[in-house]
Design a binder for this molecule. Structure first.
Ligand SMILES: [Fe+2]
Length: 386
C-alpha cells in the first residue's frame, strides 16, 4: 500500500538514538526488494532478534496431484472434512490448489491463531464469512465478510476471531500489489481505477504494546514450519512509519465497470502478483444493449488456470451446475468453458446481477491436493451437456 503512514512514537530522524521511558529502543527496517522497495521502520522496546529457542514444527503433508487427465473441477468447500489439527486461521488451512507461484487454501476457523510469520510471500486473505481482528507488529486491523486483506511477507501477526470465519487464502511467492495501470507516477490511484485510497484501511493508530517472555512464533518458509521462541513479545512496537504494512479493502467498495456489451475480466482486476492476477466480480448492472448476451461467452483462456470462488449472490452463468456460495471452480487451459445450458437465454431479460466472486488467474498449471480431489464434484465436467 503505497501511502506513507506514521503511528506512535517515532524519532525525528531515522537511524538515530531514541529513548522510550528512558530506555534506548531497537529500530527494525522491514523492507522489500533489498533496500529498494516499499519499507517501514519499526521501533521495538526489546531486540526483535532475541531468540531463546528454535524448534522444528511438523506440518501435515500435502499430497499434490497434477490435473491429469485434464478436467474442469468444482470444489465443494462445504464438504471438506473438519480438521482435527486446528480450528484457527493458520493451522486450519486446507491447501487446495498450488503451483510454484501461488497456493490457494480454504479455512474454517472459530479459534484464535498463534503468532505467525509467513516468510514465503505476501498473503491475500478474502473473508468469506465472520469477523476477525488481525493483530500485528503494525497494530490492530478489523476485518469482516467481504474484506480482502493483504499481509506483507514476514509480518508477525496473529488472528483473533470475533465470529467464526471462513477464509479464502491466496499465498503468493512474492508480493501482492495493485495493478500498475491503476497508479500514476506518484503512486496515487488514478481517476477511473475501480477503487480509491478512501477504500483502503490501514491498522489502527494505537500500538498494541503487548508484554511477554518466551513467546513462540510459528515461521513458514518454503522448507516448512519452524517455531522461533522470542525472548520478549514481538508486539512491543512503540511506533512505526513507512509504506509497508497490512491493509484491507471490502470487495463491496470495488466499483464495477460495465459496458453496452460484455466487458472482459481485466476490468474486474483488483490485485496482481508474480504469476497470477486477482479479479473481483461484484453486484452490477448488466450490459445495456438490447441484444447483449450478458453471461460470458465461451472462452479458452489458453495461458491461465482460472479459479473462481463464488462468494455470494446468484451465479447466472453457472445455474444448473450445482455451484453455490463457497464453491470453487477450476477451468484449465485445454478446456473451453462457458455459460451452462439455458443461462445465455435467461440472461437476455436480466438487468443486473448480485453475484460476488473472486477470480484468481494463475499463469502456470495448478496441482490439486488430495483434499481438493476429495471434494471435487465428479459430474461437473459434464454439466454443459445436460
Ligand atoms: Fe472463465
Amino acid at each position: 500500500m503505497a501511502h506513507y503512514r506514521r503511528v506512535g512514537d517515532v524519532p525525528r530522524k531515522r537511524h538515530t538514538l531514541h529513548r522510550n521511558d528512558g530506555a534506548v529502543v531497537f529500530e527494525e527496517l522491514m523492507g522489500t526488494d533489498g533496500f529498494s522497495g516499499a519499507s517501514s521502520l519499526l521501533y521495538h522496546r526489546r531486540s526483535p532478534s532475541a531468540l531463546v529457542r528454535i524448534e522444528e514444527r511438523s506440518s501435515r503433508p500435502v499430497c499434490w496431484n497434477q490435473n491429469q487427465p485434464l478436467r474442469p473441477h468444482h470444489l465443494r468447500t462445504s464438504e471438506l472434512a473438519s480438521d482435527e489439527d486446528g480450528r484457527d486461521p493458520v493451522a486450519g488451512r486446507r491447501p487446495l490448489l498450488a503451483n510454484d507461484d501461488v497456493e490457494i487454501s480454504w479455512v474454517t476457523a472459530d479459534a484464535s491463531s498463534p503468532l505467525y510469520r509467513d516468510a514465503t510471500g505476501d498473503q491475500l486473505v478474502y473473508v468469506q464469512s465472520g469477523d476477525a481482528v488481525l493483530e500485528s507488529v503494525f497494530g490492530r486491523l478489523d476485518v469482516t465478510a467481504g474484506d480482502y486483506l493483504v499481509i506483507p511477507r514476514s509480518t508477525t501477526h496473529r488472528w483473533s476471531i470475533t465470529a467464526p470465519v471462513e477464509m479464502y487464502v491466496v499465498s503468493a511467492r512474492g508480493h501482492v500489489s495493485i495493478p500498475a495501470r491503476y497508479l500514476n507516477a506518484q503512486g496515487q490511484l488514478v481517476e477511473g481505477a475501480p477503487f480509491s485510497e478512501r477504500d483502503q484501511r490501514a491498522p489502527a493508530p494505537e500500538p498494541l504494546l503487548v508484554d511477554g517472555e518466551d513467546v513462540p512464533v510459528l515461521v513458514r518458509t518454503r522448507n516448512g514450519l519452524s517455531t522461533h521462541v522470542h525472548a520478549s513479545h514481538p508486539f512491543d512496537v512503540i511506533g512505526w512509519d513507512g509504506y509497508l504494512y497490512p491493509w484491507a479493502m471490502s470487495i463491496h467498495d470495488f466499483e464495477p465497470i460495465v459496458g453496452r456489451i460484455h466487458q472482459p475480466p481485466p476490468v474486474h482486476q483488483t490485485f496482481t502478483g508474480p504469476g497470477f492476477v486477482v479479479c473481483s466480480f461484484v453486484p452490477r448492472l448488466f450490459d445495456f444493449d438490447p441484444d447483449a448476451v450478458k453471461v460470458p461467452y465461451h472462452h479458452s483462456n489458453v495461458d491461465c488456470d482460472e479459479v473462481l470462488m463464488y462468494s455470494a449472490g446468484n451465479f447466472m452463468s453457472r445455474e444448473g451446475s450445482g455451484i453455490g456460495a463457497g464453491s470453487i471452480s477450476l477451468h484449465p487451459p485445454g478446456f473451453v468453458h462457458g455459460p451452462q445450458p439455458g443461462s445465455r437465454e435467461r440472461s437476455v431479460v436480466a438487468t443486473r446481477t448480485e453475484e460476488v466472486a473472486v477470480m484468481v488467474d494463475a499463469f502456470a498449471p495448478l496441482a490439486l491436493s488430495a483434499d481438493a480431489l476429495e471434494v471435487s464434484d465428479p459430474s461437473y465436467p459434464f454439466s454443459w451437456s445436460r
